[in-house]
Each structure stands twice: as structure tokens, then as C-alpha cells.
Design a protein around this ligand. Structure first.
Ligand code: NAD
Length: 492
């Protein structure tokens, strides 16, 4: 137990162990070893953190935005200097490969960079002389105490979708990271602490459902950003909205990609494999359904079978490994059960990743790539998020039929098309019911200056994470109509 790191909360500028006796173990998914422990923060400690944030807000909101962003200018080089070390922590607690962890850190830093532009992004509107001698202005003011609840699969990037914008807009902030990956956010907050950010502006609280509920119900917390599975996103959205709070809740996904016969098959296969099996399929932008059109079917299926079988699976810290474990033993059991159910319902396993082990890591939670053909497009397998390295194949006669299949999904996080036809791409872009679209791209992750635009059951709310949407979410508009009659200013 001596190697097990104890993870405190960060409240009012200080590291504090929770008084809770409920411990939350952090398990390295490649080895099944407990590597750290956090505690489930109880409601009374959530209250103390929310009060500290509310007190800090009163001063923080008055600090000019140009001064507030100086803390982000200090945070960026700290994150860069420690990015290898943060990537290692991500791999240890989350399982993805070191290269995947490093690129997630980079995507997180990009949000810090964009939020450094808040003085410009916060600018309002003005009209002079809306009527004789009367001017009208729109200002953006911070909302107050805001909180983010984040999932296990991007322990560094997703907290950074929220924190930099929230504080640069003048809010104070509470992060509740996934209890399965709390080490990364602890490391992020150690670096935030080094920026000299005034106490109470950012807090870190560990915990699970009860801690989230205490945050949602706290009267000082005015806005909630959530990323996680659809059922929890829906619950969090409803609970926040019923209390008159702002909420942006990103949910799960079932992302289709269409392969047309005129696509560059070599490129499409490589990109589709990265999308389906990268991060062991545990990405909300992972492709999990490939719809081939016409004679793309045979060629794509054959090529995908080759790359799926050849993918090197192992511990994410080891060189040459292309895919790490899934997050938990339960996840692997769930993924394998879905494969079994799909086969039972008529799908054909072209590559079956069940029941395999990685040498030297016998206890690890490894699920190998799986490719299933002849999947019923209306069956559960084709409609449900599996969140593992499983790609289902479905076939369509033409592009319109393929788009109709895409649009039957309850989710709308991402949809992709592989083609060399501009006209096909244009039709798809216009008709596909998903908020993030990839054309010859398999993980259409918006840059930090674009919103992460999930639709349908992949998102509850209206303003998304990142960029201008984040600025709008974290500010409230104040419209001022102003008249200054000449005659009441006798001094001029
Ligand atoms: P999850 O829903 O289990 O947990 C997410 C967060 O909610 C965690 O912090 C967890 O502690 C908390 N939580 C869990 N149950 C709760 C409850 N009943 N009430 C209140 N809070 C609760 O999700 P996960 O397994 O950590 O992450 C994977 C899911 O996240 C997948 O469905 C994936 O698609 C989704 N995801 C979506 C996006 C997106 O941008 N749409 C991005 C990343 C991940």
C-alpha cells in the first residue's frame, strides 16, 4: 500500500484530505493494480468549496480580463514543460498509449491558448443613436460559480475544455473529475497552483455520484458543464435545469462512417482503423459503425480485417504498442457480452477480439479489436454505444440509403464520409444529422476555437464546449440603453 498515492482535494487554494471514509481506488488498467486513492467528497465539503468559490468570485470578477488571462499565459508553459509527465500519468490511470496521452495533453493546451484571447472574445456590441441621443450596448458578465463534471476517457483534455474559459471569463470554478482517473487532474491543479491563481478561483473535488449531486444542488453553483454517458448527461441536465441553472451536458455516441466505392480505400482503411481502435475505442468520436456502399463492401471489409488483426495491443507505456487496455474489468466484460449478443443476433465475427490476453500483463483489462459483419442496422448492436474496440459493418445500396441509416441513430456526435466526389461530400455534409462531420477524416474533433457540436442524444443544452460557445456559456449578457441629456451636465 505504500506506493498508493493519496489524492487530496484542492479548495480555497489549499490541498485538503476529505474527512470521508469512502475511498475510491484508482486502478491501472494494464496491470489491475491499485495505484492511488481519492475520497468521495461529502455534501458538507462541497458546501465549503462552493462558498470559497463564491467568496473568491466577488474579487475575481472585478479583475480585468487582461490580468485574468495572465494566469493562463503562465499555465501554458507549465503544461508544456510537464506534458511528458502528465501523459505518463494519463497512461497509468486510463490505459491509452503514451502517444495518445501526449496528443490529448496537446489538445488540452490548445484550449488554454484560445482562452488567452478572452479579452477579445468577451467583446460585446454597441449601437450609437438607436434613437436621438440614445446608445445601446451589450456587455458580457461572468455567471458566478460554475462546475464541470468530466469522464474517464480524456483525463487532461476534457477538464481543459472548461477551466480556462470559465476562469478567464471571470467565474470561479469547481472540477469534479472521473473517480477512475483523478491523478491527472490532481497533477493539473498542482500546476495551476504554481501560477499563483488567487485562492478560491479554482477547486478540485474528488468523488462520484453523490458529490456530483451535491454540486448540482448547491445554490451558489450557477452553471454545470458535464461530459459522460448519455443516461447520466440527461439526468444531470434535468436536475440542473429544474433548479434554473445553465447546463451543457455532452453524452455518449454511436458514430457511423460511410465508405463510398470511389474512396481512396487505403487511406479510408487506415483512418477508419485509427478511429475505431484508437484509445481502445473509448472515444466519444470513435467510429463504431462502418456503412459501405456498393462494391466498397468487399475491399473495405478485407482491408479492415487485416488491420484489425495486426493491431499491436499491450501496455500503453511499452514502445510499439498501438492500443492499450479498456478502463476496467467490467468494461471488458460488457464489451465481450455485446460481441456475443451481436453474433447471437446474426452478425458474423470476421475478427473476434474476445478472451485474449497480453503476455506479461495477465491481469490487465485488454479487449482486442473486433470486426463484425452483417450487423442488423436496426438491431441493438448497431444502435448502442459499446465504448470498446468493436467495429460493426453494415451495407447500403447508395449514398442516400447510407445517409438514411446514419440519420436513424438516436445519437448525433459525429458522422464521416470517405469519397473522392465533391458532390457526394456536399450532399452528406448537408443531410447528415450529426454535429461533428468528417469528410475523409475519421475523428472529426473540432479545434479548440470551434464548438464540440454533438447533436441529438449526444448533447443536452445549446451552447457547446470550447471556443466562442464556451465564452457565451460562461457569461450572461447585459444590455444597457443609455441617454445622457446635455442640459444636466452644467460643468461643460
Ligand atoms: P459516466 O457517465 O459514467 O461518468 C461521467 C461523470 O459523471 C464522472 O465524473 C462520474 O463520476 C459522474 N457520474 C457517474 N454517474 C453519475 C450519476 N448517476 N449522477 C451524477 N454523476 C455521475 O461516463 P464515463 O464512463 O466516465 O465516460 C464515458 C462516456 O462519456 C461515454 O459514453 C462517452 O461517449 C462519453 N463521452 C462523451 C464525450 C462528448 O464530448 N460527447 C466526450 C468524452 C466522453
Amino acid at each position: 500500500m505504500s506506493d498508493v498515492q493519496e489524492l487530496p482535494n484542492y479548495v480555497d487554494g489549499q490541498w485538503k484530505r476529505s474527512s470521508s471514509s469512502q475511498h475510491l481506488p484508482v486502478i491501472n488498467p494494464a496491470t489491475a493494480e491499485v495505484i492511488a486513492r481519492a475520497q468521495a467528497t461529502p455534501a458538507a465539503e462541497v458546501d465549503a468549496a462552493a462558498r470559497a468559490a463564491a467568496d473568491a468570485f466577488e474579487e475575481w470578477r472585478r479583475i480585468p480580463a487582461t490580468d485574468r488571462v495572465q494566469f493562463l499565459f503562465r499555465l501554458k508553459p507549465l503544461l508544456e514543460a510537464h506534458s511528458d509527465e502528465i501523459a505518463r500519468v494519463i497512461t497509468e490511470e486510463c490505459g491509452k498509449t503514451l502517444a495518445e496521452s501526449a496528443s490529448e495533453v496537446r489538445r488540452g493546451i490548445e484550449n488554454v491558448e484560445v482562452a488567452c484571447g478572452i479579452p477579445t472574445l468577451l467583446q460585446g456590441w454597441n449601437n450609437e443613436n438607436i434613437a436621438g441621443g440614445i446608445d445601446e450596448h451589450l456587455f458580457r458578465q461572468p455567471v458566478g460559480v460554475v462546475a464541470a463534471v468530466t469522464p474517464f476517457n480524456f483525463p487532461a483534455m476534457i477538464p481543459l475544455w472548461f477551466l480556462p474559459y470559465a476562469i478567464a471569463c471571470g467565474n470561479s470554478f469547481i472540477l469534479k473529475p472521473s473517480q477512475r482517473v483523478p491523478m491527472t487532474s490532481t497533477r493539473l491543479f498542482e500546476l495551476i497552483d504554481q501560477t499563483g491563481l488567487p485562492r478560491g478561483v479554482a477547486q478540485l473535488l474528488h468523488g462520484g455520484r453523490e458529490t456530483v449531486e451535491a454540486i448540482l444542488d448547491h445554490p451558489a453553483v450557477r452553471a454545470i458543464s458535464f461530459v459522460g454517458s448519455t443516461p447520466v448527461a440527461r439526468q444531470v441536465y434535468a436536475r440542473a435545469a429544474s433548479q434554473g441553472k445553465r447546463a451543457q451536458c455532452q453524452g455518449g455516441a454511436k458514430n457511423p462512417l460511410i465508405v463510398l466505392p470511389d474512396a481512396d480505400l487505403e487511406m479510408a482503411t487506415r483512418i477508419a482503423a485509427d478511429s475505431a481502435f484508437g484509445c481502445a475505442g473509448q472515444r466519444c468520436l470513435a467510429a463504431s459503425l462502418a456503412i459501405t456502399v456498393g462494391d466498397a463492401r468487399q475491399r473495405f471489409t478485407r482491408a479492415m480485417a487485416e488491420v484489425a488483426s495486426a493491431r499491436r495491443v499491450g501496455c500503453g507505456l511499452d514502445p510499439g504498442v498501438e492500443m492499450g487496455p479498456v478502463i476496467s474489468a467490467e468494461s471488458r466484460t460488457r464489451i465481450e457480452a455485446w460481441i456475443g449478443r451481436g453474433i447471437h443476433a446474426g452478425a458474423k465475427a470476421i475478427v473476434d477480439g474476445r478472451g485474449r490476453r497480453v503476455e506479461g500483463y495477465g491481469a490487465g483489462f485488454f479487449a482486442f479489436p473486433t470486426l463484425l459483419d452483417e450487423v442488423n442496422p436496426d438491431g441493438d448492436l448497431a444502435r448502442t454505444e459499446i465504448f470498446g474496440p468493436v467495429l460493426s459493418l453494415v451495407h447500403a445500396r447508395d449514398l442516400s440509403e447510407a445517409i438514411a441509416l446514419v440519420n436513424r441513430s438516436a445519437h448525433g456526435n459525429m458522422a464521416c464520409l470517405f469519397t473522392s466526389s465533391g458532390a457526394a461530400a456536399r450532399q452528406f455534409r448537408n443531410e447528415a444529422l450529426a454535429g461533428n462531420i468528417g469528410i475523409n477524416v475519421g475523428v472529426a474533433a473540432p479545434m479548440a476555437f470551434y464548438p464540440f457540436s454533438g447533436w441529438k442524444e449526444s448533447f443536452f443544452g445549446d451552447l457547446h464546449a470550447q471556443g466562442r460557445h464556451a465564452v457565451e456559456f460562461y457569461t450572461q449578457t447585459k444590455v444597457v440603453v443609455e441617454r445622457w441629456p446635455r442640459e444636466v451636465s452644467p460643468t461643460f
